[in-house]
Design a protein around this ligand. Structure first.
Ligand code: GRF
Length: 204
């Protein structure tokens, strides 16, 4: 399965994919895209000899044009699964239509709690004692698509956002790599009668 990754920042989730699934079990990361020309994620792609490209919002007349160019670039590279790994932009419905049920995202909260940006900060400000990570299919809403994997992390004492983010990061890496592996293995199935129900089974 040919995978394209979109990332805006540090790219630790991209690195986990490069280290743990790239070149194994039929998974190839063939493209890394970003909206941020200086993103560390692009350097990681370069180091791994994966083609990369940037699609800054201000280089295009509007979001639709940017996503059209980005979607065409990914499609030209034969991408079958798009992974949003810290990609801090919404993608357009036309972009999603190119890769039906094949765009996933990792989010540092137990959705539907705390969707959108600064999820960890929101959760810390609320004072929650159970944090977590969600990997989900991307739909046209904000972090609202069907859940593939979710894992909670209990932190009974108050912590600052940085500490919580550090504690969640290994969970993100594990769930995201596992989701890519599972999709590549054909082990992820959305119930056509209940599209919110996602089954993950390696037994067929
Ligand atoms: C992660 O917390 C991810 O959940 C969120 O953005 C962050 C990206 O981290 N969507 P990195 O760039 O992969 O290190």
């Amino acid at each position: 399965m040919r995978v394209g990754v979109l990332a805006s920042g540090h790219g630790s989730n991209l690195q986990a994919l490069l280290d743990r699934v790239h070149g194994r079990e039929g998974v190839e990361i063939v493209a890394v895209g970003s909206d941020k020309p200086g993103a560390t994620a692009l350097e990681r792609a370069q180091r791994a000899a994966v083609p990369s490209a940037t699609f800054p919002r201000d280089a295009y007349p509007d979001r639709a044009a940017r996503d059209d160019a980005m979607g065409a670039w990914l499609a030209d590279r034969g991408v079958e699964l798009v992974v949003l790994a810290g990609y801090m932009q919404l993608v357009t419905p036309a972009f999603l239509a190119r890769f039906p049920e094949r765009v996933i995202n990792v989010h540092p909260a137990l959705l539907p709690a705390f969707p959108g940006i600064r999820a960890v900060e929101q959760a810390v400000a609320y004072g929650v004692k159970v944090f977590g990570v969600t990997v989900h299919f991307v739909d046209e809403g904000v972090d609202s698509g069907p859940v593939i994997f979710q894992r909670a992390l209990a932190l009974p004492e108050p912590h600052d956002a940085g500490t919580v983010r550090d504690a969640l990061r290994p969970i993100e890496h594990e769930l995201l790599t596992e989701a890519v592996r599972a999709i590549a293995a054909g082990a992820v199935r959305v119930d056509p009668d209940h599209p919110r129900r996602v089954y993950v089974s390696f037994d067929g």
